[in-house]
Design a protein around this ligand. Sequence first.
Ligand code: G3H
Length: 483
Amino acid sequence: MNKVEVINAYPFLLNGEWKDSTSERTIEIESPSGAETPGVQAMTESEVNAAVTGAKDAQKNWARKSFAERAQLLYAWADELLLMKDEIAETIMKEVGKGFASAEKEVVRTADFITYTAEEGKRLHGELINGGSFNSGSANKFALVNRNPVGVVLAISPFNYPVNLAAAKIAPALIGGNAVVFKPATQGALSGTLMIKALDMAGLPSGLVNLVTGKGSEIGDHLITHPQIDLINFTGGSETGKSISQKAAMVPVILELGGKDPAIVLEDADLDKAAADIVSGGYSYSGQRCTAIKRVLVQDEKADALVANIKDKMDSLKIGAPEDNADVTPLISSKAADYVTGLIDNAIEKGANVVSGNHREGNLIYPTLLDGVTTDMKIAWEEPFGPVIPVLRVKNVDEAISIANESEYGLQASIFTKNMEQAIQIGHELEVGSVQVNGKTERGPDHFPFLGVKSSGVGVQGIRKGIESMTREKVTVLNMTQG
Ligand code: G3H
């Protein structure tokens, strides 16, 4: 392995070598908290081509390795990540403004994810189907169904979990026998680079994972339409996801996109539990999570009590700098903060009440709770990706379901009630990937299937499902001679 030399900009990994771009251009990373950070390389199209073709070549050998051999690389990667935990957590903290303790948790969760993926890969097995089970079939035929790699996976990760959501694509792809071209979000690319450094230290074969850095607006289309990319696994905004899906044409995509997850609070709910989950589900990491609770639909009878309870619990949120482990920290960019402010202003203009918050210092937006939100306000439908929760009061369960389903998104939903039968019934009617009964919306534990419907995504992830989604079935039919 070549040593990673970082002066002003991190190098990228191309076919086993850490390099600076021949473009001689670097991209600055703007820290939300104003911390000093290095930049990353602005790679050229020809370097991107070399990354894809190098991965294509490396994949052939990798696919021949046994699951146990592939698992060894993943175990070693998890170990290296843990050894680099502090350095990576500090980089996450500076680069994307996440509290240090949460950043550390992200690294540990990622190591756990990778180890579990190695284990799960070793448990993958195919099946044998008897031809004679079909009326007009033949008892002399057997289908052996196995899972084969798809080839080169393009993994594009978002800023908010720059390590976890990157490894959640790379590890399942690798155990399945694929090579990976990894393109981190520009803000997140430093953490992503360190994560790849850990993989390189673990003994990554040359070219098996190539790291591509640069502006999505400059090299994104070139990458996603590259003829040697066999599958695209993207996490990020719904607009970008839709555009990738159109441009990818016949190339399969896995998309984890936005959400507008409702917390539906029924009249028999444990309000204390619901309020606690709404506060932690809605405001942690400043609401910059696809699975954050992004609206509350509460039955009229309990609305006053719930709002008061949420407001009380908001007092314990720590607001400030990521270095101080605050829950609510400056948003990723001024553009993101302006967007959130615009949604709050629009709601207030249309008559929403500010129960708490609506205060901004630079990109730091104080946790904001809006009551009396109605369906003509943008905040009822749009995804703020910031620390603001709108409360919509509903007459009954049917109205809650109807407003929940009117959203263009369909990631998750929470239902708070003591009536399990009713919860299951409502869950059936909600157009979402997952329903949480008496709990906040969230992706983990990471071995649960994770998916969104409508504008929230395509395909299924979660460790086992992720491996399945990035491999394809191969059927070998044995035609036996009658003996
Ligand atoms: O931002 C999207 C993530 O998949 C959310 O993950 O529920 O663990 O925060 P999380």
